[in-house]
Write a protein that binds this ligand. Structure first.
Ligand code: NAL
Length: 331
């Protein structure tokens, strides 16, 4: 795989392709970042962007993880002290998950976001941005029911962070895309470059395949799930014997979350998958890539129940080190 393919593997979108191609010409030492609102325990969404960070480290990138304490505060996630405390725990969980500590810089937002220059740059962006644009950018990020002034400031700070952290590539889930587009449009007004962005896919709701999986509603998978809980969640998951449950629906309203987790979590981290089956049911199945596994589910060669069993095994292996870390943190 060449560097461009490695960087963009499993991405839903890159902005722009040309900009990423030029990064791929010499990825060594380039800086990529992701920011997370500290929430205490990593869930499968954090783990998905972390997979991308691990791939980027393998391609030679340095990674910056912003523990966005001020952002979480602005988004109504608790008192500042509570949020600070959870940030440290999250950092340890990311390392347990497999981020290469030597090539990861963890930064607390409040380390630089409360300085005078930052505040003045932020006010300059406030002058350039309509309230409605800021509100639209937050539609898929906002916590709580009310839109507050804090929600309008939030995306502008996210834009400014690209400049202050001096990064070459901004990574985020697809729910971050409108914030990134706002950053691309407004940063040039204060004399800064538009950031290059890469967006990772969202996983569909585990039990219905409709809409995105969310830790605030519906079933989500997290690092504190026990092996039994993982098995139960995966066994109940929506997994029709087909990769496209709704072939007539152009919007792809229903997706197969079990396949998505194989594609975005298992293959990127394990490289290959073995589905164990008793001899009398045909014996083990081995896959070197996601496509061949999805094709076997489509053809009926791979039964959804066997796919789920294997998925639970691999997920358990992925979360085990973090689960152990959380146990230590609580003792
Ligand atoms: C991500 C978040 C907050 C601030 C950031 C600053 C720079 C880069 C990424 C950032 C958190 C993100 C979320 N908006 O929804 O978790």
């Amino acid at each position: 795989m060449d560097a461009y393919d490695q960087i963009t593997r499993n991405a839903s979108e890159v902005v722009t392709e040309d900009e990423v191609r030029s990064l791929a010409e010499d990825p060594d030492g380039k800086r990529a970042y992701v920011g997370y609102e500290p929430s205490g325990v990593l869930h499968i969404g954090h783990m998905l962007t972390a997979n991308k960070l691990i791939q980027l480290q393998e391609a030679g990138f340095e990674v910056v993880v912003l523990l966005a304490d001020v952002h979480a505060y602005l988004n109504g996630k608790g008192t500042f002290d509570e949020i600070r405390e959870t940030a440290t725990r999250m950092q340890e969980q990311f390392v347990a998950y497999g981020l290469d500590e030597e090539h990861t810089e963890f930064v607390l937002g409040s380390e630089f976001q409360l300085e005078e220059n930052y505040a003045l740059d932020l006010h300059a962006l406030e002058l350039e941005t309509s309230l409605s644009r800021a509100e639209r950018a937050m539609a898929e990020i906002k916590g709580g029911d009310t839109v507050t002034v804090a929600h309008a400031v939030y995306p502008l700070m996210q834009a400014l962070d690209v400049v202050y952290l001096d990064v070459d590539l901004a990574i985020g889930g697809m729910e971050q895309r409108k914030v990134h587009m706002l950053a691309r449009d407004t940063l040039p007004s204060i004399g800064e470059d538009a950031p290059t962005c890469l967006h990772t896919p969202l996983i569909s709701d585990l039990s219905t395949g409709v809409g995105k999986m969310s830790s605030s509603s519906g079933v989500s998978i997290s690092m504190e799930d026990s092996e039994e809980e993982l098995r139960e969640k995966v066994n109940k998951a929506f997994c029709p014997p087909s990769r496209d449950p709704d072939p007539d629906d152009d919007g792809n309203a229903r997706d197969n979350p079990v396949l998505q987790i194989f594609e975005y979590h298992v293959f990127p981290r394990f490289g290959e998958v073995v589905v164990e089956r008793p001899e009398k049911y045909g014996g083990n199945l081995e896959y070197d890539d996601y496509e061949s596994l999805a094709a076997d589910l489509d053809s009926g060669e791979l039964h959804p129940a066997d796919a789920k069993g294997a998925l639970a095994d691999y997920l358990n292996e992925l979360v085990a080190p973090g689960r152990e870390k959380i146990r230590e943190q609580r003792s």
